[in-house]
Design a protein around this ligand. Structure first.
Ligand SMILES: NC(=O)c1ccc[n+]([C@@H]2O[C@H](COP(=O)([O-])OP(=O)(O)OC[C@H]3O[C@@H](n4cnc5c(N)ncnc54)[C@H](OP(=O)(O)O)[C@@H]3O)[C@@H](O)[C@H]2O)c1
Length: 237
């Protein structure tokens, strides 16, 4: 069974993914800032889950922490960057936190992961972006832009890797609404999926080595609509 690391595994999608991977027999490295939640995970799966505290915004330390975890696990096949934050109608502090986490932290950990996969000459990077990447939105312009950044950046990584002809894969997961604390304060949402269902579909996308996918599948239609609808209609919404 392969080894996988989930960056941002203390709650929501990341926790469900770490648990499902462990249940399916993977050895899992789980990271995040909340140590008590990491300990909880390790206690639930002592033979399967290894944890390490990590703040992806600390770009001086996070890449080294990732490399140390990889060594501790005797190598990994899959690295999932799930860590992300959303602050709606954010003040400057929230804006900075989104850019530091979703952009700078994402790139810092992805570059370390890709460097490792290139040395090893194989591997699979998975990034959890969002349906929000498709179009800007009034309540969360910075969040949506940060997710668009992640998608375009992963596209570039895939382009870079293509030239090497190595079996290194990059999968961009674009979830719709998922029932986590990130959207807990919002009403009127639709097609809200459980983190467990999303985790199973992420693992399926990993096994199929998909380049990009919407989860759940029906969000492909929303993505198409969001790309197609003209501004004069979109701006009335
Ligand atoms: N929920 C949705 O509807 C939805 C939809 C589309 C995409 N997404 C994306 O899915 C991902 C997971 O979100 P979620 O909904 O599961 O929310 P969540 O429950 O708030 O989980 C976020 C995870 O990211 C980790 N994290 C945040 N900042 C971090 C940092 N600086 N360093 C390390 N880890 C950090 C958190 O761990 P610590 O707090 O312990 O550090 C936590 O494990 C995010 O990238 C989000 O943008 C969510």
């Amino acid at each position: 069974m392969p080894n996988a690391i989930v960056i941002g595994a203390t709650s929501g999608i990341g926790r469900a993914l770490a648990v499902e991977l462990a249940r399916q027999g993977y050895k899992v490295g789980a990271t995040g800032r909340r140590v008590e939640r990491l300990n909880q995970l390790e206690n639930e799966f002592p033979d399967r889950i290894l944890t390490r505290p990590m703040d992806v915004r600390d770009v001086a330390a996070a890449p080294d922490a990732l490399r140390e975890l990889i060594v501790e696990m005797h190598g990994v096949d899959v690295i999932v960057i799930n860590a992300g934050v959303l602050f709606r109608d954010a003040d400057w502090g929230g804006i900075e936190a989104m850019i530091d986490t979703n952009v700078t932290g994402f790139v810092a950990t992805a570059e370390a992961a890709m460097g490792y996969f290139l040395d090893r000459r194989s591997g699979h990077l998975v990034g959890i972006s969002s349906i929000a990447a498709i179009r800007g939105a009034k309540g969360s312009p910075v969040y949506n832009a940060s997710k668009a950044f992640e998608c375009t950046y992963m596209d570039g990584l895939r382009h870079r890797i293509a030239k090497t002809k190595l079996p290194i894969h990059v999968t961009d997961i674009r979830p719709g609404f998922v029932d986590t604390k990130m959207i807990a304060d919002r009403g009127g949402l639709f097609w809200v999926a459980s983190p467990e269902k999303v985790a199973r579909q992420i693992i399926d996308a990993i096994h199929k080595k998909k380049k990009r996918t919407y989860i759940t599948k029906r969000w492909h239609a929303i993505a198409w609509l969001a790309k197609t609808v003209p501004d004069w209609i979109y701006h009335k919404w």
